[in-house]
Design a protein around this ligand. Structure first.
Ligand code: KG4
Ligand code: ZN
Length: 344
């Protein structure tokens, strides 16, 4: 007898944890029907970084229109939606609350189930969108503005954190160094661009090792080394070559990320590796990871840049697997700014 055809599950997902107001419609966990992102970068650029209060206000202004656009681009109304999902942590509390309150209101009014999603689980799940063959178990390096986690994805929704940053996140280090050399916000793409013109071996910045856990990361040392180098140049009246600093800094960060990830792949004997988060859109990091994986015969996965930085499609994908696992949230779902991965 033929197996009964599974009903489609269409999810409306909302993401508002930081400075992007985003909504998406995702079908059966892997098919993105729409992905609308309203970036607040122009606003926060004026201040050199994200201003939480302004982010929350902007989310409130934009969220309804972003959701309407996501539904209309998917050719849907709320009747066609089966589940409403939103990021509920980690992130900026005021920003998260906008998405959570909106998702609750829509789910309540449309009588649909509500699923809260962990932002990092979203980033990891972004890999499922364009890699239909990717299934757990695999190793994933999440590198964003707020997080640097080396995670073993044992199964859908089952995570084992092998290493994390002790201080700054990788993206945060890019942002701070970019500010120090006058490239502005957000730093990652600006450093990547500047590095193309620079010599990565012109300056040697340190690659910090963390004693107790070889999988942990530390980026405050390299950031301080860049600041000291710039101060030293000022004091000695040596001209600063921004492109060389960018290239040498990018090299120090990507090399340490690659070394730790490869060490974990070798020790855990894993044959699949994925990267995720805003920094995963960095070409030097991607190329370095790809080459290192190739040498080991490890399959390498990465999302397109649009699914690396914050978006709601990745939240819809993660919500799908959470929904299949039976997760349903009540009207008491709250924003949890420091939510841990794997926590309910
Ligand atoms: O994942 P994401 O959009 O937001 C968080 O969850 O934090 O990541 C944003 C971070 C920022 O720190 C930004 O500078 C960094 O990702 N980023 C990059 C690149 N594009 C974005 N870092 C390095 N190279 C890039 N091309
Ligand atoms: Zn993010």
């Amino acid at each position: 007898m033929l197996a009964e055809k599974q009903e489609d599950i269409v999810i409306l997902a909302i993401e508002s944890s930081c400075d992007e107001t985003a909504a998406a419609v995702v079908k059966n966990g892997r098919e993105v029907l729409s992905n609308i992102i309203s970036s607040q970068i122009d606003l926060h650029t004026l201040y050199g970084g994200v201003v939480p209060e302004l982010a929350s206000r902007k989310h409130i202004e934009r969220i309804n229109q972003v959701i309407e656009e996501a539904l209309s681009e998917a050719g849907m109304d709320l009747e066609g939606i089966d589940v409403v999902a939103a990021t509920y942590g980690p992130g900026l509390v005021g920003a998260l609350l906008v998405g959570v309150a909106e998702a609750k209101a829509i789910a309540y009014a449309a009588k649909k189930p509500l699923v809260g999603v962990h932002h990092i689980e979203g980033h990891i799940s972004a890999n499922y969108i364009e890699n239909q063959d990717l299934e757990p178990p695999f190793l994933c390096l999440v590198v964003s503005g707020g997080h640097t986690h080396l995670v073993k994805v044992a199964d859908y929704g089952v995570y084992e954190i092998l290493g994390r940053t002790r201080d700054d996140a990788a993206g945060e280090a890019f942002d701070k160094v970019a500010r120090a050399i006058g490239l502005g916000y957000p730093g990652g793409p600006k450093i990547e661009q500047a590095a193309k013109e620079g010599n990565p071996d012109a300056i040697v910045f340190p690659k910090a090792k963390v004693a107790e856990n070889p999988y942990d990361f530390s980026f405050s040392g390299v950031k301080s080394a860049v600041l000291n180098y710039i101060n030293g140049c000022h004091m000695k009246d040596i001209p600063i070559v921004e492109a060389d600093i960018a290239a040498a800094f990018q090299k120090a960060v990507t090399e340490v990320l690659i070394e730790h990830a490869m060490m974990a792949l070798d020790e855990l004997h894993m044959d699949k590796f994925a990267i995720a988060g805003g920094v995963a859109s960095n070409r030097a990091l991607r190329d370095g990871m790809e080459a290192a994986c190739k040498r080991r015969g490890v399959a390498f996965y990465h999302p397109s840049p649009v699914f690396c930085t914050d978006n709601a499609a990745m939240i819809g994908v993660a919500a799908y697997y959470e929904y299949l696992a039976g997760r349903r949230d009540g009207w008491d779902l709250n924003a949890v700014p420091n939510l841990k991965l794997g926590e309910r």
